[in-house]
Design a protein. Sequence first.
Length: 118
Amino acid sequence: QVQLVESGGGLVQAGGSLRLSCAASGRTASSYAMGWFRQAPGKEREFVSAISWSGSNTYYADSVKGRFTISRDNAKNTVYLQMNSLKPEDTAVYYCAAGAAFLTYDSWGQGTQVTVSS
């Protein structure tokens, strides 16, 4: 498994932007497929976005498509989630995940809070 630490969350007004980062540690961290999930109060955790180990494949939930962009820098073992045009319904704890295959995860970070005010 790989260890994951998220950062970049915070409070932002609707229409604003935030960039989340997920730093991965471990010798093979750059070879892992990565993803972002979120969990709002009283709701189940939901998928947000995913990226393959090479960065050549990305995937987004319909609710964030066109507003969020996932990317990775394997030299830094870091995955990013650029979030633009944020809406109050994007408020949640955002979790980073890693796994050996695209869209398959077995390591999770502790999460970072994103709050979007109206």
